[in-house]
Design a protein around this ligand. Sequence first.
Ligand code: URP
Ligand code: ZN
Ligand code: ZN
Length: 464
Amino acid sequence: MGSLLIKNGRLVTVEQVQQKDLLVVGEKIKEIKDSFTAEEIPAGCTVIEAEGKYVFPGIIDAHTHYFLQSRNSTTADDFYTGSVSAAFGGVTSFIDYAGQFTGLTLAEANQRRREQAEGETVLDFSLHQCVYSLHPGIKDELAELKQSSINNLKIFTTYRKEGYMLAEESWEELFRLARELKLLITVHAEDNQLIEEIWAGHQSRTEVPPHFHPILRPPQTEYRAIIKLGRLAGQLKMPIYIVHLSSREGYQAVKEIRASGGRLIVETVPHYLLLNKDLLQERQAQKYIMTPPLREEADRQALWQGLQEKGIDLIATDHCSFTVEQKLRSNHCREILPGIPGSETLLPLIFSKGVRAGYFDVRRMVDLLSTRPAKVFGLYPEKGSLQVGTDADLVVFDPKKEVRLADAQQHSAAGYTPYTGIELQGYPLITIVRGKVIIKDGNFYGKRGSGQFLPAQESSFDQG
Ligand code: URP
Ligand code: ZN
Ligand code: ZN
């Protein structure tokens, strides 16, 4: 069995930052102590000197869409390129989505998605299962899904035309079933009725360019959806998880629901923290179209405040990449393929713009990007911790390395990053997955298909 010693690194967990040596044997963390003497280092051990560097538990991107086939298109990143690019950013596991398909049970659809990732991904992964509609037999399907180690569902409160929206009259039935089976419901929360009403008022326009997108999907739609969902979950005394919170109003809804006793687990993503809708006035503004749309400065500030006051629980990316050519195919904001790349820049952006900017410390960053996602989605402590005996998923991070983000230096097949030009201080140097160094000093040493499916336990984190 191979071994690896990370010497003198500053090991960061939610509880503490300590300078220690960390020994990996095979795929697991074997021992952590102040210092290994030369005699104690196993023969043939690879030694990584990490003085002045942080060692984080591997980052978990809990919201990705790699190899998404949707809207007659396929994302630029498949499971291989998506996971490789994520690995360059210190991500060691991701959680993607399985669709619901007519003619397949949920477990079968999930299995199909799992097979698409296996043999391709270089990172370990889990899956959320989407539910677009209910039908007789759904209870048995959900029970079967749970037997296959899936504990999270995903619903959309919008995208009716695309066929992804779970009709409002079905919410309660699904919520009750999920509560009974202890499945966590995650939600893309935008009020579809309001979106359709607003669109009806603009439908006759000959041009609906990118800067119209925030007008067509304003923050009020997020507010309304969270209030409705939160009230229902509150009545049923169950937690739900809100994905990609984007706005001040959305955060206000979260606070109102919690004040009335509701339990919400809340995710945001870097683009709502770091970008704003001014980008939608630029040349090639299509590159910045995603749903919900980019917002105002005040929204950005509210989200940072939400993180600071611990009202937002974790950060993922909603990585859904298209090439510039794919993005520019339309200038109609409702037809531009929605989504942007993000996994590779998650950790460096949040370190520089969250930790360095003083919004929170490095221990909390580890919580937001690794420990909480692992707990919420039933992967802890194997993932999201530095506990002896668990998977050696690790990031060696240089807090001093200066990087200016640029399209060419990124590894996503999108070929661009929406964060081009942003100056960072702090960047991952080495990414280790189950004891194997897969990224070191800008080079990839992993093997296609080496990533494994992660059977999820029930959620062990509940804000309530
Ligand atoms: O624009 C986005 N976010 N595309 C991915 C699908 C979704 O809604 O999360
Ligand atoms: Zn979404
Ligand atoms: Zn998404």
